[in-house]
Design a protein around this ligand. Structure first.
Ligand SMILES: Nc1ccn([C@@H]2O[C@H](COP(=O)(O)OP(=O)(O)OP(=O)(O)O)[C@@H](O)[C@H]2O)c(=O)n1
Ligand SMILES: [Mg+2]
Length: 405
């Protein structure tokens, strides 16, 4: 297969391949970018593989940075762009089913490609746009399937994360997982327990944001992988996860917050349990905060009144998107949106009468009382009992202070 039209990212990087070729070495585009071009999808990163060793690459180019020299990767700087060039390699020593702790550089492209995870990720593309496909990846693309390069058991033993990657690509591309690859995944699933949480999380999030997330999540459950994911074993039942799977199919959550609100937030865990689950997945502070705020509302939609919407207004987008994916009645989300839009203030800072104003007017003393007065004003304004104007608020506080109602 020859690609006539390359996306601009690759056209811009072509001179790099040419320069390496002219110096007497081979160089190819490899990995996900070739797969995505063939599929006509936008590409994320341009990876280049070469027969040249890192020291040789550094002699060919003026500006380079050692970004991962021990793995054979050098970054070449060209017209303000950085291109990672990795020497062809095989991975020699594997301990603990994680990534290898040693790599061996080789001069042969096929040696490099055959240690890659899936046939659709094992293409190479030369400077003329010729696709090199040693493992029938083009057939797998046409048949829409994820198939390991060579023996799936070997690929998954080299790096157990690849099992999550299989599910992630199946979800993103809406592909099936080929039988032998799936069988190996079922057999070696327990090795996932040895993989760093952060690496699993990245693949899991991409999977749940994929088009066919629901099908992939079902396969994950059927393959018996659930106990080997981060989080406390047994807290999330298969039924809980399958419910999420049904909600998610073809929905593609737009943010990580929504992913986690759906996956963990809606399960009705109490606060400390939810927090502990979020921690075990090593989520960012931002995601944790959002899910902790939104979770209790998802578990009880009737509880989402005007005050709750005000208090959680920073999370309303996540709340609405999550509820929509959960399939709650449209009248509920419409009501929340309307209420949110109609809020007279979005925080205490928006009150027309500030703490400073209250003190200056002699209506409150600095200290805890001031907080109480501000809270009363906030509630009255949010619930529409008083206008958010200096005059109306002054009257409200005076009435309450002097008790003349
Ligand atoms: N555990 C892994 C990770 C990566 N790879 C190889 O390294 C390439 C680049 O890896 P990565 O960027 O993680 O994946 P992509 O396939 O490029 O997917 P994405 O588009 O999400 O970056 C993959 O295509 C694959 O050939 C692999 O064999 N095994
Ligand atoms: Mg990539």
């Amino acid at each position: 297969m020859k690609l006539e039209l390359l996306p601009s990212e690759l056209t811009a990087a072509k001179p790099i391949l040419k320069q390496i070729n002219r110096a007497g070495f081979q160089a190819y585009f490899v990995g996900g970018c070739v797969r995505d071009i063939i599929l006509g999808k936008p590409i994320h990163d341009v990876d280049i593989a070469s027969s040249a060793y890192p020291e040789e690459i550094k002699k060919i180019f003026k500006k380079t940075v050692d970004t991962g020299i021990q793995h054979g990767t050098v970054m070449v700087l060209d017209h303000g762009e950085g291109y990672e060039i990795t020497t062809f390699r095989t991975e020699s020593t594997y301990t603990d089913f994680r990534r290898p702790d040693q790599v061996a550089f080789v001069r042969s492209l096929s040696e490099d490609l055959k240690r890659r995870d899936f046939t659709i990720n094992a293409f190479a593309l030369d400077e003329d746009g010729q696709v090199i496909d040693y493992f029938d990846g083009l057939t797998d693309l046409a048949n829409r399937q994820i198939r390991a390069v060579g023996l799936a058991k070997e690929r998954f033993t080299e790096d157990a994360l690849r099992m999550m990657r299989a599910l992630r690509f199946a979800a993103q591309l809406d592909f099936q997982i080929e039988d032998q690859t799936l069988a190996a995944l079922v057999e070696l699933g327990p090795n996932l327990a040895k993989i760093a949480v952060e690496r699993i999380r990245v693949e899991f999030e991409k999977m749940l944001q994929g088009l066919a997330a629901g099908s992939a999540l079902k396969i994950l459950v059927e393959a018996g992988l659930l106990p080997y994911l981060p989080g406390e074993t047994g807290l999330m039942t298969e039924a809980d996860v399958l419910r999420v799977a049904n909600q998610l199919e073809r929905k593609q959550p737009q943010s990580e917050q929504v992913v986690w609100a759906l996956y963990l937030g809606q399960q009705g865990f109490d606060g400390p349990t939810l927090q502990s689950q979020l921690r075990q997945w090593k989520l960012s502070k931002e995601v944790m905060q959002t899910v902790l705020a939104v979770g209790p509302l998802l578990a009880n939609v009737n509880q989402i009144d005007r005050w709750a919407i005000y208090e959680h207004n920073a999370y309303v987008r996540t709340l609405l998107e999550t509820l929509t994916i959960m399939g709650v009645d449209q009248s509920v989300t419409e009501r929340i949106q309307k209420t949110y839009d109609s809020l007279p203030i979005y925080s205490m800072k928006d009150l027309a009468l500030s703490g400073g104003d209250l003190i200056a007017a002699g209506l409150a003393q600095p200290g805890p009382d001031l907080g109480v007065v501000l809270k009363k004003m906030e509630q009255a304004v949010v619930l529409g009992q008083v206008d958010n104007t200096k005059e109306a608020l002054t009257t409200l506080v005076e009435e309450q202070t002097y008790g003349n109602s």
